[in-house]
Design a protein around this ligand. Structure first.
Ligand SMILES: NC(=O)c1ccc[n+]([C@@H]2O[C@H](COP(=O)([O-])OP(=O)(O)OC[C@H]3O[C@@H](n4cnc5c(N)ncnc54)[C@H](OP(=O)(O)O)[C@@H]3O)[C@@H](O)[C@H]2O)c1
Length: 164
């Protein structure tokens, strides 16, 4: 008899493209319920279709990770629709490829808001929900040069499906 277990509830920022979308597919193969967060609705809808074709469920969460309120609302929506968040993956980022002297102050500001504060806001939204449940999440960052089972993940139980 097939064992019944609660599907993992996962939130992935930057889930509409690239690595985030690939991670969403990996979790979908495990039947996860996934909150897909990014700004562009078209990419998010494409990711949602892929997740559902692979056996997962998905919520499209259009938001900018640099907007703390938007991230908090997204977390709220996920818990209302799917239940407690088990795993939060901070993946959204923005970079500027330029010599340092060629970069403008507003470009540094935007990179900091998205790639640093976006991680902070995501982690805070996850901790707010996980800590009262007595869970002991861990935050991790890895780069593409190091093979890891987790990329910048905040989670409450040992990792499962992502071998990215
Ligand atoms: N690609 C590499 O070679 C490489 C190497 C090392 C590490 N990484 C890490 O992997 C992660 C993803 O990289 P990638 O190459 O997959 O990036 P990507 O293809 O450019 O995708 C970026 C994703 O983030 C979303 N995003 C960007 N700005 C956002 C914002 N303000 N709010 C919400 N979502 C936002 C984008 O969707 P929208 O534009 O629709 O919002 C998209 O879904 C990053 O953390 C990066 O540091 C990548």
């Amino acid at each position: 008899m097939k064992q019944l277990r609660k599907p993992e509830v996962v939130v992935i920022t930057g889930a509409s493209a690239g690595l985030g979308r690939a991670v969403a597919r990996a979790f979908a193969r495990e039947g996860a319920y996934i909150g897909l967060l990014a700004r562009g609705r078209d990419g998010l809808e494409g990711a949602r279709r892929e997740v559902e074709e692979l056996g997962g469920r998905a919520l499209v969460l259009p938001a900018d990770v640099a907007d703390a309120d938007g991230v908090e609302q997204a977390a709220e929506t996920v818990e209302r629709e799917f239940g407690s968040i088990d795993i939060w993956i901070n993946n959204a980022m923005v970079s500027v490829f330029s010599p340092v002297r060629g970069m403008k102050p507003e470009e540094y500001k935007r990179v900091t808001e998205v790639t640093y504060l976006g991680y902070v806001y995501g982690t805070l939204a996850a901790l707010k929900r996980m800590l009262p449940r007595g869970e002991s999440p861990a935050a991790r960052c890895t780069s593409a040069t190091r093979r890891s089972r987790r990329l910048s993940a905040t989670r409450s139980r040992p990792a499962s499906p992502t071998g990215t």
